[in-house]
Design a protein around this ligand. Structure first.
Ligand code: HDE
Length: 682
């Protein structure tokens, strides 16, 4: 183990460099390296005649094009990825022999792909859905994949039900409607008839399912894994990613509008943040339970529909991941990356969670078809940064040229190599868990409580969060056509909270449920997003200004906003330069045609002495919408009149320059608050 602090090297990025090709400035060739003198006209018999078979250039170009697509992922099809590094804060050798969790002086390269689950590759980013959060750690002991979601539980308890679940939430098979949405009959029919989904549904109906940004989501390994130390002692572990910017969400109305205005909202957000050096950071946390306590919890730790409440088992923060480089090529990297929860390193092992056990089969299987054969580990993005040696050979698209005659074990011709090595030399050894039992297709009785933690989640929400959940249920079930499915669903959620179920029943026109509801009163404050980190950093401000704006003041305010790490975009009557007083010129990035309030976290309205009627009308709409989304609004000079027109002045989160001595500071403080729920919005 090296003690050298080697924080700037990233072996994965170096490795990928070897595969990069720049075509710019080069002569056009065929794939055979033949330079071509013509690329616009196919070879014909006469300039008005038929194309000739011998036109190898035409054939090659079209054939390649015809085969450009590969199948999209059966779930998590729409994704976006970035490179980064992981740094460890403290040596974890007490719990695990995994080297990347022991040495605080090395940085481990990572590649992270965020995704939606339901929609196809071309669907929108901001739909209501769980988000994938898959991380590949390129460690010195091989690749370790933490294939996580932004929700800590799952819909089902046994992987054999996964195809049923996915068939139910995907677009319905007769007409392929709706895209990227669970607001339809088959999904809710599945939910009502598979009540283990109750807890996950509460999360899916909550604000967690409409994140503001990939940079503002937690990640959860979901399953219970094992950590094993060098002495062979094992611990149960759950993995968490905690975003340094806190966990934040969109409103449903914003999310809806963004699917049309900017379907790439999350992609743009991550891409721009990294390009602008505002690197997203996530801390890695672990919850640990001693092996002896396996059966001492109120829930079964093998049940993936259960969390370990953080107040009972605290999350220990052990390291930090920074995403600091965008991909060079979406297809080569983001699309071809292949994650697998079974990619582990010594010191990390599995448990008998039946959902995890099934996942261990599914990922390679699906990648065999998606990436066209068994050699996808040779694709540059998937290669470990350490060499691999074994006796696997051939198959579609093999690139390695294995030298020598021997491709079998045991052998004498190659000194019995490549050969296994002992655990002390780094060989992976499975944890020797003792198992015994009858072969049986059944579920443990410890897996049957489907509602207590769903109620725990509900109990832990603030009134605003509860309102959002109720609205989400009403929307989703309101789109269901079958009265019976609506009724079954409402009856089911009466087991979580009667008041919730009665309200939904009323809104969607079915009978109020008659059950007694839940008697669970416990709460877990860590579940509420109101208890997350709030800060102004990297929030986006729309600055509305027009000709004749107060030059010196606006220049000063914008500098303060930028110094506070905010992203500022100017909206004006036309794109390009806008002239203010004292000859200050600012460049407008947008007009109201290209910028809508839902793309921003707050508005600074300045206006100017010269505005058209249309500009004024658009500005009023913009601010009105931002206000109704509870966003901070700052106003100065001619901008203040808009507040008066709408009666917004004096309302929470509305900061007026004339009324306050240090306007930028007060405005930035308000932006750090994100939303002002105490506004009365009718
Ligand atoms: Fe996955 N999942 N999954 N999943 N999953 C896939 O693998 C599967 C589950 C997750 O960005 C597929 O390569 C089964 C839980 C992520 O490339 C597939 C079960 C969690 C990604 C598959 C689950 C996840 C996938 C589709 C039930 C959170 C995207 C394409 C037992 C811990 C990875 C692929 C990426 C992708 C199977 C449940 C996370 C079909 C059978 C629980 C983040 O293999």
């Amino acid at each position: 183990m090296t003690n050298e602090r080697n924080l700037d090297k990233n072996k994965k990025k170096d490795q990928l460099d070897d595969y990069k090709v720049t075509d710019q400035g080069k002569a056009l060739t065929t794939n055979q390296g033949l330079k071509m003198s013509e690329d616009e006209f196919s070879l014909k018999a006469g300039d008005r005649g038929p194309t000739l078979m011998e036109d190898f250039h035409f054939r090659e170009k079209l054939t390649h094009f015809d085969h450009e697509r590969i199948p999209e992922r059966v779930v998590h099809a729409r994704g976006f990825a970035a490179h980064g590094d992981f740094e460890l804060y403290e040596n974890m050798s007490k719990y695990t022999r995994a080297k990347f969790l022991q040495n605080t002086s090395i940085k481990t390269p990572v590649f992270v792909r965020f995704s939606t689950v339901n929609g196809s590759r071309g669907s929108a980013d901001t739909v209501r859905d769980a988000r994938g959060f898959a991380t590949k750690f390129f460690t010195e002991e091989g690749n370790y994949d933490l294939v996580a979601n932004n929700i800590p539980v799952f819909f089902i308890q046994d992987a054999i039900k996964f195809p049923d679940l996915v068939h139910a939430f995907k677009p319905e098979p007769d007409n392929d409607i709706p895209q990227a949405s669970t607001a339809h009959d088959t999904f809710w029919d599945f939910v009502a008839n598979n009540q283990e989904s109750a807890h996950m549904i509460m999360w899916i109906m909550s604000d967690r399912a409409i994140p503001r940004s990939f940079r503002m989501m937690e990640g959860f390994g979901v399953h219970t894994f094992r950590l094993v130390n060098a002495q062979g002692k094992a611990y149960f572990v759950k993995f968490h990613w905690k975003p340094k910017l806190g966990v934040h969400s969109l409103l449903w109305d914003e999310s809806h509008k963004l699917t049309g205005i900017d379907p790439d909202f999350h992609r743009n957000d991550l891409w721009n943040a990294i390009n602008n050096g505002k690197y997203p950071e996530f801390e890695l946390g672990v919850q640990i339970i001693n092996e002896e306590d396996e059966l001492n919890m109120e829930f079964d730790i093998l049940d993936a529909t259960k969390i370990w409440p953080e107040e009972i088992i605290p999350v220990k923060i052990i390291g930090k991941m920074t995403l600091n480089k965008n991909v060079d090529n979406f297809f080569a990297e983001t699309e071809q990356v292949a994650f697998h929860p079974g990619n582990v390193v010594p010191g990390i092992d599995f448990t008998n969670d039946p959902l995890l056990q099934g996942r261990l089969f599914s990922y390679t299987d699906t990648q065999l078809i998606r990436l066209g054969g068994p050699n996808f580990h040779e694709i540059p993005i998937n290669r470990p940064v350490v060499p691999f040696h074994n006796n696997q050979r051939e198959g579609y698209r093999r690139q390695t040229i294995n030298v020598g005659k021997v491709s079998y074990h045991r052998n004498s011709l190659a000194g019995n190599t490549p050969g296994p090595v002992s655990p002390s030399e780094g060989g992976y050894e499975h944890y020797q868990e003792k198992v015994e039992g009858r072969k049986i297709r059944a579920r443990s009785s410890s897996f049957t409580d489907h509602f207590s933690q769903a109620t725990l989640f509900w109990n832990s929400m603030t009134p605003v969060e509860k309102m959002h959940i109720t609205d989400a249920f009403s929307f989703e079930l309101g789109k269901v056509k079958s009265e019976s499915v609506k009724q079954q669903s409402v009856n089911m959620f009466a087991n979580v909270n009667l008041e919730l179920a009665v309200t939904i029943a009323k809104r969607i026109g079915v009978n109020p449920p008659t059950s007694e509801g839940s008697d669970v009163t416990a709460t877990s404050p860590a579940l509420s997003q109101q208890n997350t980190i709030f800060k102004p950093d990297t929030r986006k401000v729309a600055v509305i200004l027009a000709k004749g704006f107060n030059g010196p003041e606006v220049k000063y305010v914008l500098k303060q906003l930028k110094d506070a790490d905010l992203t500022v975009e100017i909206i004006s009557e036309n794109q390009g330069n806008v002239l203010g007083t004292n000859d200050v010129i600012l460049k407008a990035d947008h007009t109201f045609q290209t910028a809508k309030s839902v793309m921003y976290d707050s508005v600074y309205i300045v206006n100017g002495s010269q505005t058209s009627k249309r500009f004024n009308k658009d500005a009023v709409y913009f601010i009105d919408e931002a206000f109704s989304h509870y966003k901070p609004i700052g106003a100065s000079h001619e901008g203040i009149q808009y507040l008066t027109v709408n009666h917004f002045d004096g309302k929470p989160g509305v900061v007026v320059a004339d009324e306050i001595s240090n306007f930028p500071e007060a405005f930035i403080y308000a932006i750090g608050h994100h939303r002002f729920w105490n506004r009365k919005i009718v």
